[in-house]
Write a protein that binds this ligand. Structure first.
Ligand code: MN
Length: 202
């Protein structure tokens, strides 16, 4: 049975960029609901019980057909949000360094070009979904986006940074202004964590 991971900071820690009320509802209600529904679906998938959430989302084909869509949506939701909380930080105002920066430069040219690519993926994702920075099979970095609670991990990539662009992630503070929320996100990225994610993906 999966349980809700604690937020690594207080609900208000990401203000003024992401408000406390949004964080409280997003973590306590939305993420919790994905976990509840995932656990319910797994009752009908005994072979998947005991597997990590990463194993489950990477091998959706091994889920019983009856609950495969539920596991895709809610397992994806659990995987995505677990990553999302960790790549944000109240002390996130730095920039990538070291190997991460080298790989960004090599894939996108420079940090600003990467920023444009990632922001554009987040802003242009139609409807609900996510934008990702991921490591591909060759060890290089790519920007992609996914719809609903699909995750880059379902495409054989290893996501190391993601932004949730469902309206529930920003509507209270930004209403329909998704580009403003995406701009604000750059102030709360925990680049040390993204570097660690890159290390474990390599
Ligand atoms: Mn969300």
């Amino acid at each position: 049975m999966f349980t809700l991971p604690d937020l690594p900071y207080d609900f208000n820690a990401l203000e003024p960029y992401i408000d406390a009320r949004t964080m409280e509802i997003h973590h306590g209600k939305h993420h919790q609901a994905y976990i509840n529904n995932l656990n319910k679906a797994l009752e009908k998938a005994p072979a998947l019980q005991g597997k990590t959430i990463e194993e489950i989302v990477r091998h959706l084909g091994s889920a019983p057909e009856e609950v495969r869509t539920a596991i895709r949506n809610h397992g994806g939701g659990h995987y995505n949000h677990s990553l999302f909380w960790k790549v944000m930080s109240p002390n996130g105002e730095g920039q990538p360094t070291g190997v991460l920066l080298e790989k960004i430069d090599s894939a996108f040219g420079n940090f600003d070009a990467f920023k444009n690519s990632f922001s554009n993926a987040a802003i242009t994702r139609f409807g609900s979904g996510w934008a990702w920075l991921s490591v591909d099979n060759g060890g290089g970095l790519v920007v992609t986006s996914t719809s609903n609670q699909d995750t880059a991990a379902m495409d054989g990539l290893t996501p190391i940074l993601g932004i949730d662009v469902w309206e529930h992630a920003y509507y209270l503070l930004y209403q329909n202004r998704r580009p403003d929320y995406v701009d604000a996100f750059w102030n709360v990225i925990d680049w040390e964590r993204v570097s660690k994610n890159l290390e474990s993906a390599s």
